[in-house]
Design a protein around this ligand. Structure first.
Ligand SMILES: [Zn+2]
Length: 255
């Protein structure tokens, strides 16, 4: 049985790779495609990008699933059964995101322009691990409850001001959904660094895409600055290496 909560999470997804414009919460299936984005800086052909994606997914998916299961014993089995897909729509700006399908399985999607801008397998692995991190840390569920709390508060405030409570609910819901976005991105970066490393990739090289995208310093951006994200990955990899030097495996943490 699907819970109402699970169904609610279908409506939210997390867009994770800032490109020319930061992407916010969207429903990919219903959102009309915006005007053609500025041509991305492609580094490879579509088929080469898809090959890299498949090659990396074979190694990262089992690691991500095992990591997810270790934190999700209270969840249905589908919760960690990642589906990894490619959106072939070449009109979309480079992006990768995590969502939840109607069957309750988490879905990690890279679009084709994302795969054409990626420089190496380490970048694919890190981003894939980052997206899995959103699922492991239950960010979509948390964003949904933040949105609901914000909508309720917004409606009450707007009604108190004599305005339309629906407007207040819409605004409050949007603010609520974003309220933890930057924190969630850094948490997903930590988990992504662990997953990529465990799958045998170099997470620091993988996080160098931040140097190209730069993150975003906009107040309303859902993403922290690229330097913060890169430093978070470096710090996490430092902890992983320190544990390894003592013959231990660093536990996955994200707080
Ligand atoms: Zn993200």
């Amino acid at each position: 049985m699907k819970s109402a909560l699970t169904i609610g999470t279908i409506l939210l997804l997390s867009a994770c790779v800032p490109t020319t414009t930061p992407t916010t919460e969207t429903k990919p299936s219903t959102k009309p495609t915006a005007a053609a984005p500025k041509a991305p800086q492609v580094t490879r052909s579509a088929s080469s990008g898809v090959s890299a994606y498949k090659r990396v997914a074979q190694r990262v998916e089992p690691v991500a699933e095992a990591a997810c299961r270790s934190f999700s014993r209270d969840m249905p089995r589908t919760f960690c059964d990642f589906r990894i897909t490619v959106d072939q729509d070449a009109r979309k700006a480079p992006n990768a995101y995590q969502s939840v399908g109607s069957d309750g399985r988490p879905v990690i999607t890279f679009n084709i322009n994302m795969l054409r801008t990626i420089k190496n397998d380490d970048e694919v692995a890190f981003i894939m691990g980052h997206e899995a991190g959103h699922q492991i840390a239950r960010h979509l569920v948390k964003k949904r409850s933040n949105a609901n709390a914000g909508a309720l508060l917004g409606a009450l405030v707007m009604a108190g001001l004599g305005g339309d409570p629906t407007d207040g609910a819409n605004l409050g819901g949007a603010i609520g959904a974003q309220s933890y976005s930057k924190k969630f991105e850094l948490q997903a970066d930590r988990i992504g660094a662990h997953i990529a490393t465990r799958a045998g990739f170099d997470a620091i090289t993988g996080a160098r895409s931040f140097e190209r995208t730069g993150g975003s310093n906009s107040l309303l951006s859902t993403h922290p600055p690229g330097a913060d994200r890169f430093n978070t990955v470096k710090q996490t990899v430092g902890q992983i290496r320190a544990a390894k030097a003592q013959g231990k495996t660093a536990p996955i943490t994200w707080q």
